[in-house]
Design a protein around this ligand. Structure first.
Ligand SMILES: Cc1cc2nc3c(=O)[nH]c(=O)nc-3n(C[C@H](O)[C@H](O)[C@H](O)COP(=O)(O)OP(=O)(O)OC[C@H]3O[C@@H](n4cnc5c(N)ncnc54)[C@H](O)[C@@H]3O)c2cc1C
Length: 454
């Protein structure tokens, strides 16, 4: 097992902290590290894809799980995979696709391990259709603070605390996942432009149930009557036999029905000179994205990589520039549309230079106690951390979100004030009691757990 002292950040590259990093290669090494962790405790870390400080532990230890990356068995008939928690979803997809299966919640998979996806209960652009990641976990092996390994199944208290539990109940060593059948490697994509926020929300509400994947890029710099305008892209997998009349399938689609070619596609941001000030750059990108999209184009065949690139765009690159970036994602329930409108108006009036802003509708939530999705609306945006007055502005948005019964996403967070947490996550007390019982001496800790007293 390698051990070194490193300075770590989350994906947003803000607030680095130093920790002793252990990289176990066996479950025994992982257990020895947990048993021997000092008073500052330890926390599991995958690929560091969470934006904030969930996988950091200042002055303590961090268990880098990426060397535990064996895919143990694949049942290609039932679509069941047993693998180590350090396996990247991207690698899993490479193995599963040719067999006709896809990983659950496929969108952010390049930067996510199985353990990390369970630890934050990741949601994809198909959450309204397929739920979040934990819905597809049949069982997992959890290394707890006493150094023991437990098999944990859905429907149990330990499962509910661990799915979305940010690594604070223990270290996930392996998981059995139920995968989706894939019918081919192409998506039929419908694109439409919405002139303002109400138009965008109406379109999302009216049609989401017809699509597996759905999300809208929203132009948060548009103002006046155009406030909240956006481009909506929704997609359905194309059936392999191609009998559906809408799809004119090109020859490569017939030759390579299960190809997995994520590739590295150029992003729109490459067209905008980086010497421009952040606000101008973001405004230009918003304009290009909006004007460049068709008013209405149904049934376009796209590779999944191209579809997800439009939705996730430049944010998939590491944040550039001084100070890193802050991801802010919140959700408010159905019936709280006015709160969403107010927040979008406030962001737009403040001219926040957000290079990434995506609006989605969540469907039914999963039972993880700290799992983020609730049925309703979610907006995610990236902001430069160095933006003057950002902390105060986001604090005030937090208050608005909490007052509307909503919540911010803890996996993306690096700045929420602890006093708002209980209002956002009603199962917080259960989570804290279970932790107190399971881990009385605080073997599992992170910068986030200290900041929010989890
Ligand atoms: C470009 C980009 C797009 C993204 N889009 C989305 C999105 O659409 N939806 C979404 O939900 N998320 C999204 N994310 C966030 C990402 O899904 C999560 O942060 C995920 O946890 C990252 O996985 P990781 O393996 O890197 O975990 P890390 O970031 O290393 O850790 C995240 C949390 O999981 C815990 N953890 C990690 N491994 C284990 C383990 N083995 N056992 C126990 N706990 C563990 C850590 O302690 C930490 O609390 C995105 C991230 C990026 C970079």
């Amino acid at each position: 097992m390698s051990v070194d002292t490193v300075s770590l950040t989350g994906w947003g590259r803000t607030a680095p902290t130093t920790a002793l990093r252990f990289r176990p290669r066996t479950y025994e090494e992982a257990a020895a590290t947990v048993r021997g962790c000092g008073p500052r405790g330890s926390i599991a870390r995958g690929l560091g894809g969470s934006h904030g400080d969930a996988a950091q532990n200042a002055g303590g230890s961090v268990l880098d799980m990426t060397a535990l990356d064996r895919i143990r068995t694949v049942d290609a008939t039932a679509g069941l995979v047993v693998c180590d928690a350090g396996v990247g979803l991207h690698r899993l997809a490479e193995v599963l696709r040719p067999l006709g299966w896809s990983v659950p919640t496929p969108s952010p998979n390049r930067y996510v391990t199985v353990g990390g996806a369970i630890g934050v209960d990741a949601h994809g652009h198909d959450q309204h259709h397929s739920g979040s990641f934990s819905r597809h976990v049949q069982e997992l092996e959890l290394l707890t603070a006493d150094g023991e390994i437990h098999t944990v199944r859905p429907g149990t208290v330990l499962f509910h605390a661990t799915a979305g539990g940010l690594g604070l109940t223990g270290v996930i060593l392996s998981a059995t996942l139920r995968c989706h059948r894939v019918t081919g490697s192409w998506l039929s994509v419908d694109t439409e432009r919405a002139v303002d926020l109400d138009d965008l929300m109406d379109r999302l509400s009216a049609g989401d149930h017809r699509y597996r994947y759905s999300a809208a890029r929203i132009d948060l710099l548009a103002r006046g009557r155009a406030t909240g305008r956006g481009v909506l892209t929704r997609a359905e997998p194309v059936p392999r036999d191609g009998r559906a009349p809408r799809y004119a399938r090109p020859a490569p689609a017939r030759r390579t029905p299960f190809a997995f070619r994520p590739g590295r596609l150029p992003s729109l941001s490459a067209l905008v000179p980086h010497s421009l000030p952040g606000g101008v750059c973001a405004a230009l990108l918003g304009e290009l994205r909006y004007r460049g999209a068709p008013g209405y184009r149904p049934g376009e065949l796209q590779r999944p990589a191209a579809f997800f690139r439009f939705l996730d765009g430049p944010a998939r690159d590491r944040p550039r520039g001084r100070g890193g970036s802050v991801r802010y994602q919140f959700a408010v329930g159905f019936g709280q549309e006015e709160a969403l409108r107010r927040i979008v108006r406030r962001i737009s009036l403040r001219r926040c230079p957000s290079s990434y802003a995506v609006l989605k509708r969540f469907g039914a939530s999963d039972p993880g106690w700290l799992s983020f999705p609730v049925p309703g609306w979610t907006l995610a945006l990236d902001l430069p951390a160095a933006l003057p007055g950002l902390a105060r502005f986001l604090d005030s948005l937090d208050e608005e979100v909490a007052a509307a019964g909503g919540r911010v996403c803890l996996a993306k967070d690096s700045r929420l004030r602890p006093e708002l947490l209980a209002a956002m996550y009603p199962k917080l007390d259960e989570f804290r009691s279970l932790r107190a019982e399971l881990d009385p001496y605080g073997a599992f800790r992170s910068d986030l757990s200290r900041r929010l007293s989890l």
